[in-house]
Design a protein around this ligand. Sequence first.
Ligand SMILES: *Cc1c(COP(=O)(O)O)cnc(C)c1O
Length: 398
Amino acid sequence: MFVYADNAATTAMSKAAANAMLPAMGELYGNPSSLHQKGREANMALMGARETIAKCLNAEPREVYFTGCGTEADNWAITEGARLGALAGKRHIISDTIEHHAVLHTLRRLEKQGFEVTYLPVHENGMVRLDELEAAIRPDTCLVTIMFVNNEIGTVQPIREIGKLCRERGVLFHTDAVQAVGHVPVDVAADNIDMLSLAAHKFHGPKGVGALYCKKSIRLQNFIEGGAQERNKRGGTEAIPSILAMAAALKESCAHLEENMEKVSAMRDRLIEGLSEIPCSRCNGDPDHRAPGIVSFCFEGIEGESLLLRLDLAGICASSGSACTSGSLDPSHVLLALGMPHEIAHGSLRLSLCEYNTMEEMDYILSQLPDIVRTLREMSPVWMHKLETMEDPYLAVK
Ligand SMILES: *Cc1c(COP(=O)(O)O)cnc(C)c1O
């Protein structure tokens, strides 16, 4: 059996997205800025896509800016929030310790430029606390950036309340919603969001395209100098095929949001229930604020990377949730932020699901994983040492 359970890394493109992309790669080759019929045709399509995306977010079309990816939208929003703050003499930013590197590394650059950043702790359950956010807001705070859904442990932050608090205190609020859009309800108006980042490839759209929502009252500065595209703010001829496919994918995800959430949550819960039976395992995140598709576990005594290789041999695509992409052996900053010891954070596994997965696949994962964990533990000196020091080792090997 083959199971793709790495949807938080990227998703397969939907048929709807591919069907929107193909004609755009053929007949729709005009440049939307051209005045002739081919240009007008492309421009009409572009306008339609912008409207579709705005509608899905409950925004206005002119508040949607197309970008090259989610990372770009994060960079743009945070850099701008800081620049606007500095204009008013405010150089303090609030974020948290489990953000994506697109956010953390942008903040690090701003710190070097003289901004001060407060990183809110997330506690053992991976949640930001509103009272701690409130206490951190200062007269010179210009921006709060807190992610909607965490990509490693699936925690869903209280975005609406965070947005309300920021609005009351006159602070700009940006959220990295790359794992939220198309997966959980997102409404920029009701959720009091000023700026929001999204990426098409996380909701069955193509790679290399994303968007930034920015409330119309915010005076964004140009991010890429050049042509008049994206209201002058991001020059460069628009990636029409990708943008149309992104709109089609989002429209479909939003139309089926409720049923997908129900289906995916049921598979997630089956996995969590089954994996919890593995001795010395723990499920990361918050049971009451968990994204439908993200399951994160730590298994004591093993290495996440060895687990991934064994799973791959069994036809299961997963992720360790650790910093494997950078080739470093450091455990994930997200798991460490939960207060987890290094040796346990090393044994992490993230299974991320979507509506294309099936219950049979969950059963298959559960038929493979416990044996793989047991085999790896039998080879692990760390685990053998733990067994020797345990009060009731029988429980750990059952
Ligand atoms: C994937 C992801 C990003 C980056 O998006 P790209 O389109 O790959 O640049 C940013 N934030 C979160 C939470 C993500 O999961």
